[in-house]
Design a protein around this ligand. Structure first.
Ligand code: SIN
Ligand code: FE
Length: 294
């Protein structure tokens, strides 16, 4: 038991046996973290210099890359250095995409790539109003980018050169967490989704689903007693390893570590092997109404 499901393989373009693919999709949708203990993302010799917090522009917490426009943001680097950093992050994006395609072929036709991030700042030094503090257990939900129930799948590689692990805490299952916090969450105000979009506070329509997920994210982070007392595991992801998780479903907190690459994927609920496992289905079941309509 425990929150991790180990998957063997030392290449992002490995071909996985059908039994492994079945085990992976069930574990992932069941709320586990797929852990690849032998899968490292290798930096080229001329990329080692990017293992430096000065890659960041000091304002954004991450360097971020958009694979569709190929634009890199959040870095202080310029000129050829910036291009090389972009090349490294884009290569990670492609590797993560290949891994998802090989391990989860059922998602292949409908998965959409979101942003890629490079996180060169020590977790303990990151800025933290409680809402932004990712060292508090939370499920992911994006205030300005509503997704109407679509899943947030993330692939992470720890590229720390000093053998330092990325330390996480992993919390209780989604339904337990939702049951605990939903009773105190107010429903969205009528017209709220339209207004947020009209005022350009959101990119797209914030559905009732997005409202509840954001409220859940905030309520979890705001509750210090819950942070300490809820059922949880401490997990160390060693340097040179990779992991994959639905971060909208699995309560997680980053406690320590430096130098991480991350790729986000968006997976429609009806693409899942078991759509009933999605936070959308769980919240709809608990609240007794549809939540994803605009
Ligand atoms: C998070 O997704 O909340 C933080 C993960 C990390 O930076 O390790
Ligand atoms: Fe998160």
């Amino acid at each position: 038991m425990g929150p991790l499901e180990n998957i063997d393989g030392d290449r992002f373009d490995a071909s996985f046996a059908e039994t492994v693919r079945d085990r992976a999709i069930r574990a992932l949708e069941g709320g586990k973290v797929l852990f690849f203990p032998r899968l490292s993302f290798a930096l080229n010799a001329d990329e080692q210099g990017f293992l430096d917090p000065r890659c960041s522009d000091g304002r954004a917490k991450n360097v971020s890359y958009d694979p569709s426009s190929q634009v890199l943001k959040g870095t202080a680097l310029a000129g050829p250095e910036r291009e090389r950093l972009r090349g490294m992050v884009a290569r990670f994006a492609q590797s993560a995409r290949t891994l998802v395609g090989g391990l989860l072929p059922a998602y292949e036709a409908h998965v959409r790539m979101g942003r890629t991030s490079y996180r060169p700042i020590e977790v303990k030094d990151r800025p933290s109003s409680y809402r932004k503090d990712d060292s508090r257990l939370h499920v992911d939900a994006f205030p300005s980018r509503p997704n109407g129930g679509g899943r947030i799948l993330r692939v992470f590689s720890n590229v720390n050169p000093d053998r330092r692990a990325r330390l996480w805490r992993i919390g209780e299952p989604f339904e337990a967490c939702a049951r605990r916090f939903l009773p105190a969450i107010r429903p969205p105000l009528p017209g709220q989704g339209w207004l947020l979009r009209a005022c350009r506070l959101t990119r797209g329509y914030r559905t009732a689903y997005d409202h509840y997920m954001l409220a859940l994210h905030d309520a979890m982070k705001a509750d210090s007693r819950y942070q300490h007392q809820c059922p949880q595991y401490e997990v160390a992801f060693p340097a040179g390893t990779t992991w994959m998780v639905f971060t909208d479903q699995v309560a997680h907190a980053a406690m320590a570590g430096q130098y991480l690459l991350e790729q986000t994927f968006h997976v429609p609920v009806n693409t899942l092997n078991d759509p009933a496992s999605a936070p959308l289905s769980v919240l709809e079941g608990l609240l007794g109404r549809p939540l994803a309509a605009a």
